[in-house]
Design a protein. Structure first.
Ligand code: PLP
Length: 381
């Protein structure tokens, strides 16, 4: 925990769970990405944490923004960033939202099928928008990712040329390709694999007279939870090597879209133990109920995929297996049960518990008031 977060929490008077984000850590993360891949533009994935303070800081540092909706585009624009620094990176968009983005001046759009290309072309023609660039997302194996993104986004590699050819025919700029290797990707080789596919699609389209210009290498850069992860520098070196291997001296324009890797380790949630109980006298495992759960920020504990580091004031004491659950009346509001969490035997009702590395995908995953519990409070320092 940073000293700044510790000092802030010591001075805090209000009740209830809160996420505290240290902006210095976000700034360090941005610099690490910028240094690791100096020729690559960073488009921060706004969905990871759209707090205005984070967006303002990143805009000031020169970041661009990957947005999934009109609201995220407006959040990015509120920083003063010009719309040439914004991409509409969601492959699933309502046509009227495409129109709105075009009216705002956004010119970079993700697609993964012909129907989406047609929507963009129609809106561009209607609004007289010129130089509208599309990039086609292809399906990528997420092996090695702790939070894989499944088959929901992207088309088969062999379909991508057809999608981009249609874009070209309809007067759009068939600009490039994108992929996402899955979030919290600890296998650096995943980018090499994806770039093999990307370079082959580049060649196929070049043979058909279309010169692509850009590869968007997505997010996936990990944050440190319980296990150590390689540093951004190592990812940068490995990705650069793969770019040289597949594109030689004709490396295209490149983009990365870090979300988790930009803000994950910058945040800590302070929460409180509401109840500790056992289900029977014979039970070894204790149930520890916190005042935060799956519905107020900890959705990524779904399938127990993401295991957050947890700190208490009793960490030097003997630890016992605990099921960790949230406070709501929904029985799925249990964070860790399949693999119980080892917590101190001396932990008591009313104790504060710190959940580390929670800067990404927490506030935005909090419901607005399920069971009357307030959405996850958040502050940037
Ligand atoms: N880019 C796109 C298109 C995404 O869908 C996501 C996450 O869902 C990201 C970037 C950010 O990924 P990560 O948080 O793994 O860096």
């Amino acid at each position: 925990m940073t000293d700044r977060i510790r000092d802030f929490l010591r001075s805090r008077r209000e009740d209830g769970p809160i996420l505290v984000v240290d902006l210095n850590v976000v700034a360090e993360n941005f610099m690490k990405f910028a240094r690791a891949l100096p020729d690559t533009r960073v488009f921060y994935a706004v969905k990871a944490n759209p707090a205005p303070e984070i967006l303002n800081l990143l805009a000031e540092m020169g970041s661009c923004f990957d947005c999934a909706s009109v609201v995220e585009i407006e959040q990015a624009m509120a920083t003063g960033a010009s719309t040439d620094r914004i991409s509409f990176g969601n492959t699933i968009k309502k046509e009227k939202d495409i129109g709105r983005a075009l009216q705002y001046g956004v010119r970079l759009f993700a697609v993964d099928c012909e129907a989406e290309v047609e929507k963009i072309a129609r809106q561009a023609a209607l609004l007289g928008a010129r130089d509208v660039k599309v990039f086609c997302r292809f399906l990528q194996d997420c092996e090695g990712a702790e939070w894989p993104l499944s088959r929901k986004f992207g088309c088969a590699a062999e379909m991508a040329p057809r999608v981009l050819e249609l874009a070209h025919r309809l007067g759009l700029s068939a600009y490039g390709l994108s992929f996402h290797v899955g979030s919290q990707q600890t296998n650096m080789g995943a980018w090499d694999l994806a770039l093999t596919t990307a370079s082959s699609i580049f060649r196929t389209l070049a043979e058909r007279g279309i010169e692509l210009k850009m590869v968007n290498m997505g997010g996936g850069f990990p944050t440190k939870y319980l296990k150590d992860v390689p540093a951004a520098e190592a990812y940068g070196a490995s990705i650069f090597e793969a770019l040289i291997k597949h594109f030689g001296n004709r490396i295209p324009e490149t983009i990365i879209e870090p979300g988790r890797g930009m803000v994950g380790n910058a945040g800590i949630i302070e929460t409180e133990v509401v109840l500790i109980s056992k289900k029977s006298d014979a039970d070894e495992v204790r149930w520890v109920y916190l005042d935060i759960g799956k519905f107020h920020g900890l959705a990524e504990t779904m399938d127990e995929a993401i295991r957050y580091p947890i700190r208490t004031d009793h960490d030097a004491d003997e630890k016992v297996p605990c099921v960790l659950a949230g406070p709501t009346c929904d029985s799925v509001d249990v964070m860790y049960e399949k693999v119980p969490y080892m917590l101190p035997l001396s932990l008591e009702i009313g104790d504060k518990v710190l959940i580390e590395a929670t800067g990404a995908y927490t506030t935005t995953y909090s419901t607005v008031g399920f069971n009357g519990f307030a959405p996850l409070a958040s502050v940037c320092i």
